[in-house]
Design a binder for this molecule. Structure first.
Ligand code: TYD
Length: 133
């Protein structure tokens, strides 16, 4: 996988004066079935998380509240996506090194994942990731 396989996806937004609504359907709006959802929250403002890659897992990252930067690296090129809207999400396929940085205070990051949690799927060593690429 390369940065060309990464996609910023705009979700449906049902505008309503009572409050807007957006939805995500696995296999429809995002190109995988969702096996797990997790949230990252209460990150001290400006802090970073999640510098690693996955061997198998594909994910979709949404800034439900606040903002943060997703830094991606396919072993050859790097790119940064700033997320700050709940109706956009970033599709990150397997074998892309990613970190999530610069969290705003009280931001809420939701991650939809194609796999259940499996520590063995993680590549946490950048040199090992580069070698596999
Ligand atoms: P991790 O994905 O390593 O986050 P980061 O790269 O930001 O440090 O997860 C941190 C810890 O949380 C890890 O030790 C395992 C645990 N964890 C779960 O138990 N279930 C999950 O779905 C996730 C994502 C993490």
């Amino acid at each position: 996988m390369t940065l060309k396989d990464v996609k910023l996806i705009e979700l449906p937004k049902i505008v309503d004066e009572r409050g807007n609504l957006s939805s995500i359907e696995g296999g429809n709006h995002i190109p995988f079935k969702i096996k797990r959802t997790y949230m990252i929250y209460d990150v001290p403002g400006g802090d970073n998380r999640g510098a690693h890659a996955y061997q198998v897992l594909n994910e979709f990252i949404v800034a439900l509240s606040g903002s943060f930067d997703v830094l991606l690296d396919d072993g050859y090129e790097k790119r940064c996506y700033s997320l700050n809207r709940s109706y956009y999400g970033l599709y990150v396929p397997k074998m892309i090194w990613r970190s999530i940085e610069n969290f705003s205070t009280n931001s809420l990051c939701m991650i939809l994942a194609s796999e259940k949690y499996n520590e063995e799927d993680y590549l946490r060593n950048y040199d090992q990731f580069k070698q596999l690429k």
